[in-house]
Structure formats: structure tokens, C-alpha cells
Ligand binder design. Structure first.
Ligand code: 2AM
Ligand code: CA
Length: 255
């Protein structure tokens, strides 16, 4: 495998190539299918973009074990070695109905350690990239760590099911904050936490929804945990909180 700096540069080029292909395909009719429900969609572009990303990752890192949402990758049962976690289109509902507000995400963990992460807000053309060893950039420029604001000092990223059903004290959390914001894409909302536009984001997430975001968030001094404060497990789903340290501590005192 190339060294991490080279790999980071190469992966940013892969993400840019993936974006160009997705934009080109958006000009044609999409093929849309329901997965588990009418709110859980997959398109031909999710599949083709996942095929592309998995192929490119394998050529950059022959030792890769790849966990990819639509199943193109490997059966990954352990975080040992080089584990890449891929979400080709995050926010597929937005992709289909808004043609906006969706992301592509890739995370690399080496022996369980968060190593590289990529979140590409495709329509805003914002690529968040990097990791603890190479630093975090936005479109190639160093990204400053967000201010450590408390929950009451900022907007809070919610997910609709958690807010509507008041799971994990979401109504109390967002009432303490300056207000809830819901985008329908974990990648976009996590990138807003990275940018300091939200003091936190809490949602029920699967590994590919937060693998990239965890790498980037922790590199910027943000904290990522389960909603009860326990460490996250990259191979299972659960309620995941990505927040400033102060917002996390306020939320853990509520839950
Ligand atoms: P996706 O578009 O990649 O499936 C929508 O609220 C956000 O949650 C999106 O980031 C979406 O990712 C993700 N999502 C959708 N269904 C989910 C589920 N059943 N469990 C966890 N995350 C989900
Ligand atoms: Ca997806």
C-alpha cells in the first residue's frame, strides 16, 4: 500500500472521479427500487458508484477488506487489518426526490483505528478528507477544528424518526439547543458538525452512515459515542452521537 499521504491524495482523486460519474448519470432517468420499505431506496447510481469505489479501493490497497452498503464488497466480520467502509450514496431519498443534499462516504480503519475518512457533499462540491495522521481538509484546504460550544449555544442535527417519536430524549435535547435541523443525510449532517454549523448530530446509524464521519470528527477534536456514552462498534448499528465535547457531556447528563 502507498503511504498514508499518498493514499489520501489518491482517494481524493477517486472521490472526485466518482462525483463526475454521478453527476453525468443524474442527467438520465434513474432506476429506483425499494429495499425494506418505501422510505428505503436504492438506485442504479448507488450500485454503479459502489462498484466504482470498491474497484478503485482494491487497486489502491490490495490488502483491503471492504464493507459496502449495497453488498459489492466483502463479508467483514472483524476490524483487524485494513477495513474500508463505503456508502456510495448517503441520503438516497434526497438524491431521488431533491437531486440535492446527498453524499458519498468512505472510511478506512486499520486494526480498528480510525485512519482516513471522506465525505463528499456532491451538489455543494464540498469534499471533507483526511484523518488523525494527515490532518483534515475541505477541498484541499486545512479545516479548522470547530469551537467547543455547549448544546445550548448551537443548532442540533436530528433525524426525523428520533425527533417524531422522541427517542433518546431527542425533544429535550433539541429544546435545550438553539433548535433542531434535519437534512435526511447522515453524511451532510455530520459534515455540518465538522464545519461548526451544528454542535452535534444524533441518529440511528449503520456502519457506513458514520464510518467516514467518525474518522474526520475525532481528528477535529469532536467526540463520537453511543448515545449512552459507550464507545461505538464499527460493525453494528445503533444510536450514534457526534458532537462537541461540551454538547456531548450535556447530552449524556440527560440520557
Ligand atoms: P442512506 O440514504 O445511505 O440509506 C436518512 O435519515 C439517513 O439515515 C440517511 O443518511 C440514510 O442513509 C440513513 N438511513 C436510512 N435508513 C436507515 C436505517 N434503517 N438505519 C440507519 N440509517 C438509515
Ligand atoms: Ca447509502
Amino acid at each position: 500500500m502507498k503511504d498514508l499521504e499518498q493514499l489520501n491524495q489518491a482517494m481524493q482523486a477517486v472521490m472526485q472521479a466518482a462525483r463526475a460519474q454521478v453527476l453525468a448519470k443524474m442527467g438520465s432517468q434513474l432506476t429506483v427500487a425499494e429495499k425494506t420499505s418505501r422510505r428505503d431506496l436504492v438506485t442504479n447510481v448507488d450500485h454503479s458508484n459502489e462498484d466504482f469505489l470498491v474497484h478503485e479501493i482494491r487497486s489502491l490497497d490490495p490488502a483491503a477488506h471492504i464493507l459496502a452498503e449495497e453488498g459489492t464488497g466483502d463479508q467483514v466480520a472483524s476490524m483487524q487489518g485494513h477495513v474500508w467502509i463505503v456508502d456510495p450514496i448517503d441520503g438516497t431519498m434526497n438524491f431521488v426526490h431533491q437531486r440535492n443534499h446527498f453524499a458519498m462516504m468512505v472510511g478506512l480503519y486499520i486494526d480498528g483505528e480510525p485512519t482516513l475518512g471522506y465525505i463528499y457533499d456532491v451538489m455543494a462540491e464540498k469534499l471533507y478528507a483526511g484523518g488523525p495522521q494527515v490532518g483534515v481538509t475541505l477541498n484541499g484546504k486545512p479545516l479548522k477544528a470547530p469551537a467547543d460550544l455547549d448544546l445550548s449555544e448551537g443548532l442540533f442535527g436530528a433525524s426525523s424518526p428520533l425527533l417524531i417519536n422522541d427517542r433518546f430524549h431527542m425533544q429535550q435535547i433539541t429544546t435545550i439547543s438553539l433548535g433542531p435541523r434535519i437534512m435526511g443525510s447522515a453524511g451532510i449532517q455530520i459534515s455540518q458538525v465538522l464545519a461548526g454549523e451544528l454542535v452535534g448530530y444524533l441518529s440511528y446509524l449503520r456502519p457506513w452512515d458514520f464510518a467516514a464521519g467518525r474518522v474526520l470528527a475525532e481528528s477535529l477534536g469532536l467526540v463520537v459515542s453511543q448515545v449512552d456514552g459507550r464507545p461505538v462498534d464499527m460493525l453494528s448499528s445503533g444510536a450514534v452521537l457526534i458532537a462537541t465535547k461540551r454538547a456531548q457531556s450535556t447530552i449524556l447528563a440527560i440520557s
